[in-house]
Write a protein that binds this ligand. Structure first.
Ligand code: TXA
Ligand code: MG
Length: 338
């Protein structure tokens, strides 16, 4: 183990910024999930990020900037549509993919000639970037393949000993990663749904939705090809018109095989399940709550030693689209139609 990882409080922000200025990697809170940040313009720092996470080098990182003035040296021009999205949704959970300049090292973008950029809405994140003096490259601060961290303790569990410090800002706000939009195509292309919904984007620009990944597709966001957000338990999503009845049946089958089964359900439906360990995703009237709880509950399932987690499917519109995108990935697209 290389480091004795320390947890820094908000008042120690300056210390976290110093680590980054020195070329080290530090975890920090954003309004989506915790990020694993390093100086985006330093090859060595970026190499460390990939090594710490165990991330494949062809999966590009998002650059985080503190204010608009930091954008110009990084991108080769901003289209009218991209400028409009920045005006409406920055700072916020929206990453825009734009043509990159030579200043952005190829290692950050996995060799692509485009770069993903966002201004986070989290005050502490913006101050950290500002104090460190450079754009901050940051993937989610989980080990590759684990659910993204929404608490400093999640980062600690995954990365203790691998980084010098974690800046603890309490729970990350939204709880799922940012929306990613490719602004280099016409129409624009949604690469990853997030806190800014497809519907919100469609209201202001001409944009094509994500088609999901099919076998044999060349993924447009390289990150989409990897199995993601996975806990140790096998996750299965149940969709359709008979969700509770089907889940009860599947639970019984697994229990016959002596498997420990969990059920991730909305609060309104918890009474439907007399057997299995219940994981309360929150009221179906509050998709924001569901989004913020999802990753923590997947980790809790592991802590409880669950072997199978059955998840109630949601209607795939607005934030339901974003939540289902992550749930399906966690399930490796194991979906039961009821
Ligand atoms: O909310 C977030 O976006 C968090 C916080 C820390 O900001 N970060 C995050 O980073 O989720 P990461 O590395 O886990 O996911 C970045 C996604 C990947 O799917 C990657 O392939 C895609 O964005 N991406 C980044 N740059 C890209 C580019 N130039 N072209 C296409 N996709 C890109
Ligand atoms: Mg990630």
């Amino acid at each position: 183990m290389e480091y004795e990882t320390v947890l820094l409080g908000e008042e120690e922000l300056f210390c976290a910024a110093q680590w980054i200025s020195k070329g080290e990697i530090v975890a920090f809170p954003t309004e989506t999930v915790y990020g694993l940040g390093g100086n985006a313009l330093s090859r060595e720092a970026v190499e460390k990020i990939f090594a710490v996470k165990g991330r494949p080098s062809d999966n590009p990182l998002i650059l985080h900037i503190a204010k608009m003035e930091m954008l110009e040296p990084l991108v080769e021009g901003v289209s009218k549509e991209a400028a409009l999205l920045m005006e409406l949704f920055w700072p916020g959970p929206l990453t825009l993919v734009l043509p990159k300049t030579k200043r952005v090292p190829g290692i950050v973008t996995g060799g692509l000639n485009t770069v993903g950029v966002r201004i986070p809405a989290h005050e502490l994140a913006r101050q950290l970037i500002h104090l460190s003096g450079n754009p901050v490259a940051a993937p989610s601060a989980n080990l590759s393949g684990r659910p993204s961290p929404t608490l400093a303790s999640h980062v600690y569990a995954d990365l203790y000993g691998r980084i010098p410090a974690i800046l603890d800002g309490g729970p990350a706000g939204f709880g799922l990663e940012s929306t990613v939009v490719d602004c280099t195509t016409r129409p624009l292309q949604l690469l990853r749904p997030g806190g800014i919904t497809l519907e919100a984007l469609q209201a202001v620009v001409d944009i094509q939705g994500d088609r999901g990944i099919k076998e044999g597709d060349v993924p447009r966001a390289p990150g989409m090809k990897y199995r993601h957000y996975s806990p140790d338990a096998q996750v299965i999503v149940v969709v359709g018109g008979e969700i509770p009845r089907t889940i009860r049946e599947v639970v019984r089958q697994y229990q016959k095989e002596k498997k420990t089964v969990g059920i991730m359900a909305c609060t309104e439906n918890l009474g439907e399940y007399p057997e299995g360990v219940l994981l309360d995703l929150g009221s179906k009237e509050h998709l924001e709550t569901m989004a913020s709880r999802l990753y923590g509950l997947l980790r809790k399932g592991d802590a409880l030693g669950l072997q199978v987690i059955l998840v109630e499917g949601l209607e795939e519109r607005q934030l339901g689209h974003t939540i289902m995108n992550r749930v399906k990935k966690a399930a490796g697209y194991h979906i039961i139609h009821s």
